[in-house]
Design a protein around this ligand. Structure first.
Ligand code: SAH
Length: 237
């Protein structure tokens, strides 16, 4: 039997979701907490799409509302990111996400360890899982269309990284291939609710000293690249 529950799609910025919203058949919208949720069919697949705003809190609130209100069978976060050892225009799909700015190391915890409540217990987790099947589909589609497609760790934090030392550190500490501000918080909300998730990012800048110039120059083009790829892949998800 066909699964009628929608696929959730979240982007932080308008450029990351507007081409998807424009393609929805039977589009309707409804608001909660100031966020607009668009429902409809994308390539014949039921979806719910939202622009969450940048950062971990905006994106976690959005994911939680989406989960409670629309019961998505999968949530995909699409958008742009800073590259860590990968080039502008490349695509990175998360094998898992980490929150690089969650830091209780001063009291002896490993960097990036989150303490998630599970029925009265605390679970320590650093690598927030992404759905292997959805990630594989997105990777295969990316490889078919574009040259640079990578599967790897995506590092999330409430900071726009524009510093080559921090970039090197993200690679060394976490094995990150991309850095952004929402994937790890959406993955956490999904994990806490038992909803599969995937994070797909096109590289808008190199998360170094050139980023203040590169990000505004490449954000639109790369955001649309990620959205286009998702539109092509949605029927296989
Ligand atoms: N003024 C902007 C804020 C964008 S913040 C606005 O209108 O919303 C940058 C966005 O791009 C975030 O959503 C983040 O996920 C992504 N991003 C791209 N390059 C990044 C980098 N080098 N470091 C962190 N996030 C980056």
């Amino acid at each position: 039997m066909e699964n009628k529950s929608p696929i959730g799609i979240i982007g932080a910025m308008e450029v990351e979701v507007n081409s998807i919203i424009a393609r929805l058949a039977g589009k309707e919208s409804s608001g909660t907490a100031g966020l607009l949720f668009y429902t409809g069919e994308l390539e014949g697949v039921p979806v719910v799409v939202a622009e969450c705003g940048p950062g971990k809190v905006n994106s976690a609130v959005c994911a939680q509302i989406m989960i409670l209100k629309y019961k998505p069978r999968l949530i995909i976060n699409t958008g742009v990111a800073g590259g860590v050892g990968v080039k502008i225009g490349d695509l990175v799909t998360a094998e898992c996400c980490v929150q690089h700015d969650f830091d209780t190391t001063a009291i002896g915890d490993p960097l990036g360890t989150l303490f998630i409540r599970r029925e009265g217990r605390s679970e320590d987790i650093m690598k927030l899982p992404c759905d292997p099947n959805a990630s594989r589909v997105l990777m295969e589609e990316a490889r078919d269309i574009y040259g640079g497609a990578h599967l790897g760790v995506i590092a999330t934090g409430d900071i726009f990284v524009a510093d080559k030392e921090k970039n090197r550190w993200l690679g060394e500490k976490f094995g990150a291939k991309a850095v952004e501000m929402e994937g790890g918080s959406i993955a956490q909300a999904c994990y806490m609710n038992g909803v599969p998730c995937a994070v797909l990012r096109a590289i808008s800048d190199s998360a170094n000293d050139d980023s203040p110039v590169d990000f505004p120059a490449f954000a639109r083009e790369t955001a649309e690249k990620s959205a286009e790829l998702l539109i092509r892949a949605v029927r296989k998800l």
